[in-house]
Design a protein around this ligand. Sequence first.
Ligand code: ZN
Length: 429
Amino acid sequence: MRLLIPILIFAALAPAQAPQTVALTHATVIDGTGAPALPDSTVLIRDARITAVYPASSRPLPAAARVEDLTGKWLIPGLIDAHVHIADERGEIDHFRDLLGPLLLAGVTGLRDMAGDARVLTYLAREARLDSPGWPDIYYSALMAGPTFFFEDRRVPGASRGVLAGAAPWLRAVDETTDIRIAVAEAKGTGATGVKLYANLPASMVKKISEEAHRQGMLVWTHATIFPAKPSDAVEAGATTISHTPYLVWEAAPHVPLDYRSRALENFTQIRPDDPKILALLDQMKERGTILDATVRVFAENVRRSPDSMGNGILPWTYAVTREAHQRGVLVDAGTDSQGLVDVKKPDAGPSVVEEMALLVEQCGFTPQAAIQAATQVNAMAVGKASEKGAIAPGMIADLVVLSADPLADIHNLRKIVEVMKDGKVFRK
Ligand SMILES: [Zn+2]
């Protein structure tokens, strides 16, 4: 009897009908893999997943499918922003509603948060999965850094409010005496899927933490230079992504400081973008499959806002090395190091990730096709979800954006959104 009651309740709540097939017909499909666009195509979706993609005229539609005619429209995978900070100081739910709802409607179906308050992020990630509010999926990191970082960085108190600085499992001070197995287990316990190695750690610690994180099934996301650990140390340790192109400069610097605070202050006119050590590093990244989380947009923004805080020549160097990386076949993702929207108060200004993609096209030699691949397939790889996100193909989850203008003709057309689909559900303004 005890068993029977839950079964009866479940039967009463179960939907009466099998899930309906949705057919998106006559769309130009840009599948996110960098392959040429497929004109006049049909995409079938059933139960939140894509089941087929084929030329519209090649077979009849399944009986009883709900048909949406997308003649004259473009279909891309949902965009992911591989580098946001949404939960640093703010904790009010109204703020997140104002941010995350418009982000989804702007075509962003996933976010990777690169260090914030995991207590807030856990809550937001759960709400996003329940899908009642219509928010992007949220993947997030637990940060580790050397103890000195926690006294230096002004962002720490806000993101670990109520906990001693450096003692929070999502913002953890580590050194040679730390039990790394426990620290990684506690990081995983926050719901984070990646450990972010940020600052003030030697190569030996980067290696030790990365090995343990991988052993416990977590990804490793690092800053490009971790001071004094160099980019090649992070690549060698098996990092999935390394963040911020300009910090690659330290690979070729005669001396790497122990402290991260001078990270943007190398003289970028002394070390050429084609310095043999930089090129060797890029080739090492290609060979290891390390993704460059270039974040060019934030440096353009910082140079505009406060040029004195940035090293001489940082921006041309950033563009040149990102271009070189792409040309050499290094995977480059699209991350913005922002809160996701250009301006929360003006959601019509669109998502920051479109600005990042535009800079990849306009400054770093990407085709629009490649920029879309960066924000979809490569970003899905960055969050460890490439088997089910970031591409339009059978078996993938139906996170899709319908556009009214061709993004290959002009990358800014990514702002011309008709509707967004997440897990097969449609969201419109
Ligand atoms: Zn960041």
